[in-house]
Ligand binder design. Structure first.
Ligand SMILES: NC(=O)c1ccc[n+]([C@@H]2O[C@H](COP(=O)([O-])OP(=O)(O)OC[C@H]3O[C@@H](n4cnc5c(N)ncnc54)[C@H](O)[C@@H]3O)[C@@H](O)[C@H]2O)c1
Length: 268
């Protein structure tokens, strides 16, 4: 492996590490030499991930919407491993009910908006605040926030979720600006559609076709694609990259409007 990509000797926290993109990131980071605290609301699944790796991983329960549990999670991870070099802010408010309730602003229930902002923005702020002193002490700290392609363009629905992810992109720039001279980089990865187990379960096939038709690459994302981007940004290979959002969406967000119609017109 290219040496700068190595995470040998580093300690990471991955929130939402018990499933999907977070789990793939845990697997990859450990494969590159890191030790990882798998932080998740589903402690049983976090334990199932961590036990695969013996001393290289621990599972820590945490609810992103509860401040005390976040503080306890960071303290436990640092206490256990003795340091912290990487924070992957990846957990998000989840659940089909919440997705269904995430309408356009004209129909938005205040509680839905509050749930997304409490979990994604307030929660991520608290994890970051609690981790920062340890990342500064590391001398070579890196934060990677999982945001979303939905933060880059308007849509008919998902106004609360997408607004939290746009706010997290700004948090990324703010932290990068304030902590660069203190030895901490902060970047984000914006996935497009990623067929995790949760997403794949109920994803409407008509919507999948719609996304694929608008994607320059001929596939949608896999959790491992996003893990690669996260592990790169967390590594020394990205030492001069900070405050950026790396879009990993197969190109769905970069083309002219009517891309699928143009493909038809030009005969693809
Ligand atoms: N899958 C996609 O298509 C996609 C696209 C763009 C962005 N993302 C982002 O990627 C990140 C990971 O999503 P995923 O698709 O892998 O999700 P996932 O549902 O597969 O995994 C999310 C993990 O977070 C945990 N979690 C849920 N609520 C939590 C809470 N309150 N506190 C702590 N942990 C909690 C879950 O138990 C689960 O293990 C999220 O930030 C999501 O917004 C996903």
């Amino acid at each position: 492996m290219y040496k700068a990509l190595s995470l040998e000797g580093k300690v990471a926290i991955v929130t939402g590490g018990a499933g999907g993109i977070g789990q793939a990131t845990v697997d990859l980071m450990i494969g590159r030499g890191a030790r990882v605290a798998v932080a998740d609301i589903a402690l049983d699944r976090a334990q199932a991930v961590a036990t695969k790796y013996g001393d290289a991983a621990i599972a820590v329960g945490m609810d992103l919407s509860h401040e005390a549990s976040i503080k306890a999670m960071v303290a436990r991870a640092v206490d256990h491993f003795g340091r912290l070099d990487i924070l992957h802010n990846n957990a998000t408010a989840v659940g089909q009910q919440l997705v269904d309730a995430d309408n356009g602003i004209g129909e938005m229930a205040t509680e839905t908006w509050d749930t997304f902002f409490t979990t994604n923005c307030r929660g991520t702020m608290i994890v970051t605040r609690e981790a920062l002193p340890h990342l500064v002490r590391s001398g070579d700290g890196a934060i990677v926030n999982t945001v979303s392609g939905m933060a880059l363009q308007g849509n008919i629905r998902f106004h609360a979720y997408s607004a939290t992810k746009a706010a997290m992109m700004q948090m990324t720039r703010a932290v990068a600006t304030a902590y660069g001279r203190k030895g901490v980089r902060c970047n984000a990865v914006a996935p497009g559609l990623v067929l995790t187990e949760t997403v794949a379960k109920d994803f409407p096939s008509a919507m999948l076709k719609l996304v694929l038709d608008e994607t320059p690459r001929d596939r949608v994302g896999a959790p491992e694609d996003i893990a690669e981007a996260v592990a790169f940004l967390a590594s020394d290979a990205a030492r001069n990259i900070t405050g950026q959002t790396l879009v990993a969406d197969g190109g769905v967000s970069i083309h002219i409007p009517g891309f699928s119609a143009y493909r038809e017109f030009f005969g693809d």
